[in-house]
Structures are given as structure tokens and as C-alpha cells.
Write a protein that binds this ligand. Sequence first.
Ligand SMILES: Nc1ncnc2c1ncn2[C@@H]1O[C@H](COP(=O)(O)OP(=O)(O)OP(=O)(O)O)[C@@H](O)[C@H]1O
Length: 227
Amino acid sequence: MIELENVSKSFTLHNQGSAVIPVMAGASLRVKPGECVALTGASGAGKSTLMRVIYGNYLAASGRVMVGDLDVAQAEPREILALRRETLGYVSQFLRVVPRVPTLEVVADPLLAVGVEKEAALDKAADLLSRLNIPKRLWSLSPTTFSGGEQQRVNIARGFAHEYPAMLLDEPTASLDATNRATVLSLIEEAKARGAAIVGIFHDVEARERACDREIDVSVFTPEMAA
Ligand SMILES: Nc1ncnc2c1ncn2[C@@H]1O[C@H](COP(=O)(O)OP(=O)(O)OP(=O)(O)O)[C@@H](O)[C@H]1O
């Protein structure tokens, strides 16, 4: 479902004499449906960069970045938007939403975007918000004024609303209490059980070991190691 072949990435620092910094070379990995793979490696090894390459935020300099049938490294912007809407979810620990939209709609939105009927979408959103212990009295308010932890849980609910065939998880359990952390781990297990292919970054070792089937140390993709 997610398959990278020989991917390289470098950054050009235009404000520093156009210096070219290679950060990744020869990156290859394959994640099957129902599998969760954790990216590991020291700070600066390139975990976030690899996730951004898969999501299409960073353009790979070379190689193939297949998500389903689409090569993200070659795709048109509209194809990437369709991929993100239908196929590839991204859950980080931070919520970015349009102001003034009620929480229930923020969570239901990815379902409405793929054509799910409004009532069913709102039901699913309500179920996820309950599971993540967001009190019902907050559902009609915009999450912009919520606490950091509440916003994180709204973001997770939104990220898991549509059943994406592929998902990227960036520290989804960071700074959650034990109960909500367990819920997120269950959501990940449920996504795997329905066949989602997942790539994640988890600094929480216990969460990583429970959620993921294997680990890939991205340090092996740093240019000097791959040369
Ligand atoms: N936009 C950018 N411009 C220039 N260099 C970048 C950019 N993004 C990342 N880098 C560089 O790429 C390397 C990998 O960074 P990345 O954020 O992917 O590491 P990481 O493994 O996710 O680290 P951490 O665990 O600290 O989040 C670093 O040396 C970083 O400085």
C-alpha cells in the first residue's frame, strides 16, 4: 500500500548561498495493508522528512513514493489533494482548523468530504469524541479555545473518522493521559484490523511496541550511510 523505492531528498538553503544539504538517499520501505511500521532513529535522522515526503509536502529529488496506485513524487497537486481526501490520512499531535467551526463538524468533515451522508458522519464524529473523552458540552464549540490536550484529542478523532487505507501518525500518543493513550492505541489496532497500512513516529516506546509490527531506523538512509 505504501512503497518507497530509492528515495532521496535534499534541501536547498536559498538564504545561505543556495547550499544544498542532502538529508536522505536510497530510502526504500514497503508497508502492507494491516501493517504498522515505526520510523526510528536519532533526532535529525530524517523521520519527519520521510513522513512529509510520503504526504507530498516535500518533493523527493528522486525515487518512487507509491501510495496505492499514485506515485506522490510525480503527482499533480490535484492528485495529491484527492489522495489526502480519500486514501492517505495524517494524524499529528496538533490541530489546525478553520476558526468558528463546531468541534462535531471539525471531526465529521473528512467523512463529508468523501460523500458520507451528514447524519452518519455526525454519528461517527460523536462516537469518536465520546471515546476520546471530549465532554458533550464542548461539541458545539470551536476547538480553537480548547486546552492543548483537548485539541490533540479532537485532532485524533478527526484523523480516524474516515477509514483511510493508509495513514501517517506523527506522535499521536504524545502527552496524552493513560486512558486516552489506550484509546488511541485501540484506534490504531482497529485501523490495522480493517487493513490500513500505517507509518508512524512514536517516541513512546511502549506505544510503539504495542501498535507497530516492525521498526525502520531511518539513519540507514542518511546520505553518508547509503553512499
Ligand atoms: N525545511 C528544511 N530545510 C532544511 N533542512 C531541513 C528541513 N527539514 C528538515 N531539514 C533537515 O533534515 C534533517 C532531518 O530532519 P527531520 O526533522 O526529518 O528529523 P527527525 O528524525 O524527524 O528529528 P526529530 O526526532 O528531532 O523530530 C535535519 O538535519 C534537518 O535539519
